[in-house]
Design a protein around this ligand. Structure first.
Ligand code: ZN
Length: 78
C-alpha cells in the first residue's frame, strides 16, 4: 500500500496532499520564496492556494520561524 505525505497549511492549518498546496522555502539570504518545484532544499512550508491563507501565512512570523528554523528577513513577492 502506498502512502502519501500529508502537509499542513501554515495559514489555516488544513491538512492535505502536497499537490494541493504551494511550497515555500527560505533561501540562503533569508528570503522567503515560492518553491513549487522544490528547487530550494531544506525545510519547506506549505500554504493553500488562496488569498486568505497566503495573508495569514505571511502575517504569522512565529509560525514561519517554527517551520523554517531561521528568521525570515524578507518576503519575495513574485
Ligand atoms: Zn489554508
Amino acid at each position: 500500500m502506498k502512502t502519501y505525505p500529508v502537509r499542513t497549511c501554515l495559514g489555516c492549518g488544513k491538512k492535505g496532499f502536497k499537490k494541493e498546496f504551494r511550497r515555500f522555502a527560505v533561501d540562503d539570504a533569508g528570503t522567503l520564496v515560492m518553491d513549487n518545484r522544490s528547487i530550494i532544499g531544506g525545510r519547506g512550508a506549505y500554504c493553500c492556494m488562496n488569498g486568505d491563507c497566503m495573508r495569514l501565512f505571511m502575517k504569522n512570523r512565529k509560525r514561519l520561524l517554527r517551520a523554517f528554523h531561521v528568521q525570515v528577513i524578507e518576503w519575495n513577492k513574485q
